[in-house]
Design a protein around this ligand. Structure first.
Ligand code: PEP
Length: 253
């Protein structure tokens, strides 16, 4: 089902106590305003997940997820976490392929395809991130790059699996820089992603997909981004760390 979603990626921020306080604050502001069609997803550091799942238990439209998972289900991989471990902590979602994972941890298309499979096997909803670097945009390779990222990591999956994930378009040059993509540029890429999915899986499947935009979304620019027809919400980094900003972005949905 196509949903409107505001998701917060807390990255490596907040101690456990601070994270639980932030989740409580967000819950207090948004409780009763989320639904099956209009969701909030919190992506805190792993150690927060059990506590946050407890705080959100029973609330419709409120979810939590991991920021990453390993591409295998278990084994001697010190410091890693598997999709099934995330699921056992109460998480329902997982971010796959964030550009910081691609850049700092060398995650490539093949690895991300495997991570997506493990996530789906664990019944998690992957939020699959794609996006071009500044250099790629300046050399007008953005469609080629994003097209490759989604084809290589996702298009081996059967249609019912594609229907059960979300895609986040996050141009790398817009993440954490304060420089968001314009609504028109973001929308153009969202329409492209949807058309690629339609070409592979059919229009009905493409129209059921939630495609989020991420990259310097703030209370001041969320409404114009979310007003675009192919933008179904946002994956928010910096502005998700303040409950008031996150609420204001949710209000823009
Ligand atoms: C992100 O980390 O996914 C992100 C979009 O960050 P920011 O909103 O801070 O640009």
């Amino acid at each position: 089902m196509r949903k409107r979603i505001v998701a917060g990626n807390w990255k490596m921020h907040k101690t456990l106590e601070e994270g639980l306080d932030l989740a409580r604050d967000i819950r207090a502001r948004l409780q009763g305003r989320c639904s099956e069609e209009k969701e909030v997803i919190l992506f805190p550091p792993f150690i927060h997940l059990t506590g946050i799942a407890e705080l959100l238990k029973g609330l419709t439209g409120f979810h939590s997820g991991g920021q990453n998972c390993h591409h295998k289900n278990e084994g001697a991989y010190t410091g890693e976490i598997s999709a099934s471990m995330l699921a056992s902590s109460g998480a329902s979602h997982v971010i796959i392929g964030h550009s910081e994972r691609r850049k700092y941890f060398g995650e490539d298309d093949a690895l991300l395809a495997a991570k997506t499979e493990r996530a789906l096997e664990a019944k998690l909803t992957p939020v699959f991130c794609c996006g071009e670097t500044l250099e790629e945009r300046e050399s007008e390779k953005q469609f080629e790059v994003v097209g490759r990222q989604i084809r290589k990591a996702l298009f081996h999956l059967p249609e019912e699996k594609i229907r059960s994930l979300h895609i986040a378009y996050e141009p790398v040059w817009a993440i954490g820089t304060g420089r968001s993509a314009s609504p028109e540029a973001a929308s153009e890429m969202h329409a492209f992603i949807r058309s690629e999915v339609a070409a592979q899986y059919g229009r009905k499947c493409a129209d059921s997909l939630s495609i989020l935009y991420g990259g310097s979304v703030k209370p001041g620019n969320a409404a114009e981004l979310f007003a675009m027809p192919d933008i179904d919400g946002g994956l928010i980094g910096g502005a998700s760390l303040q409950a008031a900003d996150f609420e204001a972005i949710f209000n823009a949905l």
